[in-house]
Design a protein around this ligand. Structure first.
Ligand code: HEM
Length: 148
């Protein structure tokens, strides 16, 4: 029962994190770039930031918990000798990439966001969104017993 609840919560968090970033990258960002108006992105971020971060935190907690159930004590996990541990390992790599991009954007680009730095923010948004979609692809791959 716990396992099922964790998978449902993990899937729900994925809809928020990945869905939110897809909306940002596909609808909000192009409009901001067209009008050269950073405020359009800022308005979205103001509303989405806390909810989105809560969803990412939920993903990390439920994701690690699920991993703990598959690999009690993370014992066999680090051997990376099954598709499951390889896929989860890639997800941890995506997590590090996401955190690096998000921290760089949040603390170095967003505070002085101007027309000139909008392009740089755009690359970050596209990067985080690509990682968000890859999280879902790999997650579905885990459920499907591998993607090949
Ligand atoms: C934003 C980040 C993430 C997203 C969007 C995401 C998305 C998903 C999705 C859509 C699934 C398929 C659920 C299903 O139908 O079974 C999944 C499964 C899974 N994810 Fe994530 N994930 C994220 C982060 C993580 C992290 C950080 C870990 C752990 C290190 C993790 C570990 C797992 C595991 C173990 C499963 C398999 C659960 C199962 O048996 O179905 N995920 N993920």
């Amino acid at each position: 029962m716990l396992f099922k609840i964790l998978v449902i919560l993990h899937t729900l968090g994925a809809t928020v994190w990945t869905g939110g970033h897809l909306i940002l990258a596909v609808t909000v960002l192009p409009e901001a770039l067209k009008q050269r108006d950073p405020d359009i992105v800022r308005q979205f971020e103001d509303r989405f930031e806390e909810f989105g971060l809560a969803a990412l935190l939920l993903q990390v907690v439920t994701g690690l918990w699920l991993t703990w159930i598959y690999f009690p004590g993370f014992q066999q996990f680090w051997a990376f000798d099954s598709f499951l541990s390889v896929y989860i390992g890639i997800k941890l790599g995506l997590l590090l990439g996401t955190l690096a991009l998000a921290i760089h954007a949040r603390f170095f680009i967003v505070p002085n966001l101007t027309k000139e730095t909008l392009n740089s923010l755009a690359y970050h948004i596209v990067g985080v969104t690509t990682f968000a979609v890859l999280f879902v692809v790999l997650g579905a791959g885990i459920r499907l017993g591998g993607l090949s």
